[in-house]
Design a binder for this molecule. Sequence first.
Ligand code: WQD
Length: 338
Amino acid sequence: MKILVTGGLGFIGSHTVVELQDKGFEVVVIDDCSNSSEKVLEGITSITGKMPLFEKIDLKEKSKVEAFFKKYQDIEGVIHFAASKAVGESVEKPLLYYENNIGTLVYLLKELSKKNTSNFIFSSSCTVYGQADKMPISETAPVKPAESPYGNTKQIGEEIIRDTCAVTQGLNAIALRYFNPMGAHPSGHIGELPIGVPQNLVPFITQTGVGLREQLSVFGDDYPTEDGTCIRDYIYVVDLAKAHVQALQRLLEGKNEENYEVFNLGTGKGSSVLEVIHSFERVSGKKLNYKIVDRRPGDVVSAYADTKKANEVLGWKAEYTLDEAMKSAWDWEQKIRG
Ligand code: WQD
């Protein structure tokens, strides 16, 4: 039995490949390496002792997707990470996002629809909730008009999958809505490799800590929160990877109650930007150089997960603390800059 992981050389994808291999699955990775490197294959192999099969394919090329599924007839499950994911870039280049994130999803689903049975795990995001009315955020919270084309591709993607599962015998799917992934594998062989100036908080913090960046800008401290900075649910990437294996096994074992299910993946704990900075200072023993600046357009005040459904139905729970995740991020940053 083979499992296809698209975007398997990326941040969350590579950590998921490790967890799949550790559970005995044979993995085929598709990646176009536009936002990752084939060197990640060595990192994965250093951890598991097994080099995953690898095909360098741009999923926008429909004929290549068709050829892949002709070559690999024994794909039993697909975990689909491959997508563009920079919120700001999506505002400037919407068509790049709709083509890459939606077009490729349609090509994959067309191939899976030809099989008698197929199991599909979709990488989605809490961004679909926008600013939710109630904290913590449960899966029944309304999906709100997207704040960016990136967020819209996640909403549209979920609807495409839902509608396809409704009329495709044998196609079962789960959408996993991530909160804020962070950290790196404890082995130090794989981790986040942001290209250029990081958009996300944690890599910007660790790059500032290691001297690559001069100073962190904190986007606003006048929000209606305890310390005035925004609150998010920072989830350790290894916890997140394990949830993908759990979701895949749910489908492979036929435990799903619907042909399309959704789960929020977070720790259930909200942390403010200043709390994340203090976590870095605790684990690194260094003072972080930061300044408060204006708010960033599009930021929601607060987002953290109601983990009840993931805990009780999926049978998964985040195990690592913010400090443990931050320590792994800091160790990784020092290693790659070392
Ligand atoms: C977190 C907090 C910022 C950078 C995004 C996507 C989401 C998912 C995760 C893909 C916010 C503050 C940040 C900085 C700061 N991506 N911040 N200074 O925006 O919650 O989520 O990434 O799936 O879909 O929307 O994450 O890390 O950018 O920001 O003060 O230099 O840190 O204002 O409050 P976000 P983030």
